[in-house]
Design a binder for this molecule. Sequence first.
Ligand SMILES: Cc1cc2nc3c(=O)[nH]c(=O)nc-3n(C[C@H](O)[C@H](O)[C@H](O)COP(=O)(O)O)c2cc1C
Length: 202
Amino acid sequence: MTHTTHRLVLEARAQDLLFRQARTVDRFTDEPVPDETVRAIHDLVRHGPTAFNQQPLRMCLLRSQESRSRLAGHLSRSNREKTLAAPLTVLLAVDNEFHRRLPDQFPQFPGAMDLFSEKRMVRERSALLNGALQAAYFIIGIRAAGLAAGPMSGFDEDGVNREFFPDGKWSALLVVNIGRPAGTGPRPRGPRLAYDEVSTTL
Ligand SMILES: Cc1cc2nc3c(=O)[nH]c(=O)nc-3n(C[C@H](O)[C@H](O)[C@H](O)COP(=O)(O)O)c2cc1C
């Protein structure tokens, strides 16, 4: 136990599962990841906070070999083989029309939708920030399910958008391989910055 562990209310084992022992993984066992598990992960992480409670993140589960091959053509070379071999690949995207749901999602401020209506660039920026937050919650949710994630942004974004989202409503954000890890991973954990390097108190 580190000297900071006991200051957190979450039990140490859960801290390890979600963060300290969790690794990014690119080799998985053959154990399938059923839809029910993805549903349970989503049911947990959909509670993560975003601006105006907007929920731009969308997910496209690539289960068929055909859909996986369509994606592989747009992945950077080093991301291809591991994606074709993963038990499940999820293509995360953002819905650039997310603001249409704001009247339901954030009723305490009826003007929220109007902030985004005529402003595609503002909308896309917001979808990117809040979609990325939701993607991060999703990765932590995968770990909470006892599984591991292999997130990848190494792909041709325009190519993936043309291939999967030709109507322009969704934009690709991140590809995530999911499964039970096989082995200990490719390399030792990379160093993380210390608190004093990243914080200042004014
Ligand atoms: C947004 C994002 C994009 C990433 N893109 C790639 C990628 O294209 N290819 C790859 O092999 N790893 C990719 N990674 C994995 C990171 O290199 C890895 O998560 C990081 O080094 C931490 O590794 P660790 O969890 O084992 O400590 C990505 C991770 C994130 C969160």
